[in-house]
Design a binder for this molecule. Structure first.
Ligand SMILES: *Cc1c(COP(=O)(O)O)cnc(C)c1O
Length: 476
């Protein structure tokens, strides 16, 4: 019966105990209990996923693990509030508490990144990019971004994205060493006079020089958009130079490296009051409109609560330790894979990511991805510069250390991870671009080794993620 436990129902002693954590805690507890009772099929899948995540070596560069408190905030009944607009300027009544939550998320985002403006409503970084680009570029206007094959993102003007179809997208690439070709960026900027220059990548293992990008943008009167979707955690922790004051606008996902909920974020620093393309409307005001009403409707209140929680965690000392470990681990992983004979693009890494030319060793990207997954290791296929294979096949493999560091693994365990990857790939015989053979006995043995490593560094709720200091050594 709808609403049966809201009113007139005596809580069981168990629920009563739960209510000591507050109304929301009781809500979540009752919700999970009823999910298990009423929908065991779905509940079983959700439980299986937790076991799977704990027993899998996830080296997905675009993922991190959200703290249980972030997930709990994301499941809040605040989600029931419908309120278009912004705090104190809603189009619906009843949003006073949501206003406070959104203001808290905004303040925490500004504090975390040293920004003067934040919009926490974008449902994803793709939505954030779309909002920013449509606010700053007229239909058919020009943008300049990193090409998809060179490591750029779909929303940076790929023909597969609306940003490549509604704007005139020009792309820069990499130099011989696999680094961003800043000379080419400057040349293309002067040639094409873009309205927006985008600095940021989905597959780039090196430091991005935001100041250099800004100088180029200024030389042609373009706005600089920094997309830090992949490196937001390192930026927040001071492990990568911050673009907040170098760029006019910065966008990011909140789940990739921030340990937050699925969602996006728009930030601006010292230029938040700079005039927009009309020569007078300040950028921050344009961004407000660009998200709502121009490209989104109602915000997602519980997700914004979860963002507020994640920003608070990311401001803590444990998160900084994790960020440092992420970078140390990636360097160790790259070094060990190099030593094992793999071609590491750019020869190493400055961030959380290691890119391999995998076809150099035989398998395509997709074969490597599938063989690894069969052995409980997750790393994704990735296009590499000059790739001759189609996007679903690819010649590269992208590995990331976010989750390994969150589990408390350090450089010593990275050598173990590299050797596990090597053992899988050595046991794999490619039959075609997409098919392969692997000896099932060897695969089973590797899965046992992976399970053992994961068990030593569990994603245990009780241990507390983002606290490698407490975890390192504990597993050995
Ligand atoms: C992943 C990614 C995005 C898109 O983020 P979503 O939140 O998944 O929409 C945008 N830009 C870059 C550079 C990314 O890596």
């Amino acid at each position: 019966m709808a609403g049966q436990w809201y009113a007139g129902r005596t809580p069981t002693p168990h629920e009563d105990a739960g209510s000591k954590g507050g109304e929301q805690a009781r809500h979540l507890r009752v919700g999970m209990e009823s999910l298990h009772r009423a929908d065991p099929e779905l509940a079983g899948l959700l439980d299986a996923e937790i076991r799977h995540q704990d027993a899998t070596l996830a080296m997905i560069a675009s993922a991190s693990v959200a703290d249980p408190s972030v997930l709990a905030a994301g499941g809040a009944a605040l989600s029931n509030v419908t309120a278009e607009g912004y705090p104190a300027a809603r189009y619906h009544p009843g949003a006073a508490r949501f206003d406070e939550v959104e203001l808290l998320a905004i303040e925490r985002a500004k504090d975390l990144f040293g920004a003067q403006y934040a919009n926490v409503q974008p449902h994803s970084c793709s939505s954030a990019n779309l909002a920013v680009l449509t606010a700053l570029i007229p239909p058919g206007g020009t943008l300049l971004g990193l090409g998809l094959d060179a490591g750029g993102h779909l929303t940076h003007g790929s023909p597969a994205s609306v940003t490549g179809r509604h704007f005139n997208a020009v792309h820069y690439g990499l130099d011989r060493l696999g680094r961003i070709d800043y000379a080419q960026v400057a040349e293309l900027a002067h040639q094409h006079r873009p309205k927006v220059l985008i600095a940021g990548a989905s597959a780039y293992p090196r430091t991005v020089d935001f100041d250099r990008f800004r100088a180029i943008a200024d030389s042609v009167g373009a706005y600089l958009l920094a997309d830090i979707s992949h490196i937001a955690g390192l930026v927040a922790a001071g492990e990568h130079p911050s673009p907040i004051n170098a760029a006019h606008i910065t966008t990011t996902s909140t789940y990739k490296q921030l340990g937050g909920p699925r969602g996006g974020l728009i930030l601006s620093g010292q230029d938040h009051r700079a005039p927009g393309p009309d020569g007078r409307t300040p950028l921050f005001r344009l961004m407000q409109r660009a998200v709502f009403p121009q490209s989104q409707g109602t915000p997602s209140p519980a997700t914004i609560a979860a963002k507020a929680r994640a920003f608070s965690l990311a401001a803590g000392p444990e998160f900084k330790d994790t960020a440092r470990l992420i970078v140390e681990n990636a360097a160790a992983l790259a070094a060990e894979l190099s030593a094992l004979g793999y071609r590491v693009l750019t020869g190493g890494t400055d961030n959380h990511m290691v890119l391999l030319d995998i076809i150099d060793r035989g398998p395509t990207g997709v074969v490597a991805e599938r063989a690894l997954e069969q052995c409980a290791i997750l790393a994704n296929r990735n296009r590499i510069p000059g790739d001759t294979k189609p996007p679903l096949v690819t010649s590269g493999l992208r590995l990331g250390t976010n989750i390994l560091a969150q589990r408390g693994m350090g450089p010593e365990q990275m050598r173990e991870c590299a050797r596990l990857v090597h053992t899988v790939l050595s046991a794999t015989t490619p039959l075609s671009d997409t098919e392969y053979l692997i000896d099932p006995v060897r695969a089973a043995r590797i899965r046992e080794d992976v399970k053992d490593l994961c068990a030593r560094y569990p994603l245990s709720v009780e241990a507390g993620f983002n606290n490698p200091a407490a975890l390192i050594g504990a597993g050995q």
